[in-house]
Ligand binder design. Sequence first.
Ligand SMILES: [Zn+2]
Ligand SMILES: [Zn+2]
Length: 201
Amino acid sequence: MEIKTFSVGKLQTNCYLVWDKDTSDCLIIDPGDDADYLTTEIINLKLKPLAILLTHGHYDHCLACFELKLNFNIPIYLHPKDNLLYQNAAKSAGHWSTIGALRQPPTLPLPPKIKLGSETIEVIPIPGHTPGSVCFYSAPHLFVGDTLFEEGVGRTDFSYSSPSDIQKSLTKIYSFPEETLIYPGHENSPFFLSSLNTRNY
Ligand SMILES: [Zn+2]
Ligand SMILES: [Zn+2]
C-alpha cells in the first residue's frame, strides 16, 4: 500500500492518499478542505479514486468532500453517528459568505472492511472524540483521526464527546502491535505506537 500525506487548511489537517501500486486504485482518507490541491495531486500521480473515507465528521476533515464528489463522483463513507456533525460542517467552519450555503453531499455508512487491491482495510469504531470516530487499519498502518496524536490524546470537551469512551478507545489502540505506525489527523505523521509506550498514557 502506498501512502502520501498532505497537511492542509487553517488547522493543518492531515489528509492521506492511499493506493494500490498495481491498479492505482486510491482511497482518500480525510480530504480536509483543499479539494483543488488534492485533485491536482491525484491527477499528477495518475490515481483512480474509489471513495472518500472519513475518520470522523469534524469540518476540518471533510469540507473538500463536495468538490471532490463533483470532480470524481465517488462515494463518501462515514460512521452514521457523525452524520449530523458532518452535515453541519460548512456552518461550523464559519465560512458563511462562500461555502455556508453548500450542502455536504450524502454519506454511506462505513462497512467493517474495505478492499484496496490485494489488501483489506479494517474499520474499527473508536468513539470518544466524537460519537462516530473510527480508525482504519491495514497492518502496520493505523489511521486514527483526532483520537491520538504524538503529543497527546484527542479533545473530549465537546458536548457530544465522551472522556470515558475515548479511554476505552485508546486502550484498544494501545493493544495494537508495537510496530504499528500511527497516522493522526494533525501534527507529526506517522509515528510508531512503540514511541508512546515509554510515556504515561
Ligand atoms: Zn476532530
Ligand atoms: Zn481535526
